[in-house]
Design a protein around this ligand. Structure first.
Ligand SMILES: C[S@@+](CC[C@H](N)C(=O)[O-])C[C@H]1O[C@@H](n2cnc3c(N)ncnc32)[C@H](O)[C@@H]1O
Length: 214
């Protein structure tokens, strides 16, 4: 994990969390897409941040390197653990699902990071990723902002196809995808209903099932 990237969230936790209040339609739209993929059972979000997604999705555990982000997640009733996704403090096969939203873009080695997440999944457990598709109009918009040194300059955006390629190497089988954010950036007015698949929406949820043991 890059220290600078983690330090950014440690410093800007308040601003980060407030963004969701100021972009309610966007937030609710992304939440609806994640809801489609959520299984029941004992779950962990890696890179839980302030718990904006974990809390309404009833994810019980949240891990993050940022103490300040976690303080707010704890207030949202998440059991929080400070740490890094590269080295999870959990035994093999602990969780029914692991959720990762807007965090895989920050890590140095996505395959290694996801492999470690899969280690903590029970057999048949679900790995669920939420990403902004780099090739979508939203991905292009944020990439441009990042290039100007504005928000998301710490992100290495991925495409769903790239994530599916990683899935092939880490003991999981791709199950289904949901996409949303069809209205153009920079913000949306109406909450959207997610659709199956990817390729058109800005926000994509990819779900895979663990095959075999840890
Ligand atoms: C863009 S925020 C997303 C937070 C939350 N998932 C959300 O969508 O609101 C990325 C989060 O990942 C955390 N993070 C950065 N590097 C990490 C790592 N190596 N392992 C776990 N979390 C990490 C940051 O501290 C930050 O809280």
């Amino acid at each position: 994990m890059s220290r600078d990237k983690a330090a950014h969230y440690e410093k800007n936790w308040r601003q980060y969390d407030k963004w969701y209040d100021n972009h309610q339609a966007l937030y609710q739209t992304e939440l609806k897409a994640l809801e489609k993929a959520m299984p029941s059972g004992m779950g962990l979000e890696i890179g839980v941040g302030t718990g904006r997604f974990a809390s309404p999705l009833s994810v019980r555990y949240g891990l993050d390197p940022s103490f300040n982000m976690l303080k707010l997640a704890k207030k949202r009733n998440i059991n929080v653990i400070q740490g890094a996704g590269e080295n999870l403090p959990f035994k093999n096969e602990s969780f029914h699902f692991v959720l990762i939203v807007f965090t895989i873009e920050l890590v140095d080695d996505p395959p290694l990071f996801l492999k470690e997440a899969v280690r903590t999944l029970k057999k048949d457990g679900a790995l669920i990723l939420g990403i902004m598709d780099r090739d979508s109009q939203w991905g292009k918009f944020y990439k441009q902002k990042a290039a100007q040194g504005k928000s998301y300059s710490d992100f290495s955006f991925l495409t769903p196809e790239e994530v599916l390629e990683v899935f092939k190497s880490i003991n999981v089988e791709f199950e289904e995808a949901f996409q949303t954010l069809f209205q153009p950036p920079p913000d949306i007015k109406d909450i959207e209903q997610p659709k199956r698949g990817f390729g058109r929406g800005g926000f994509v949820v990819l779900k895979a099932e663990k095959i075999g043991n840890a």
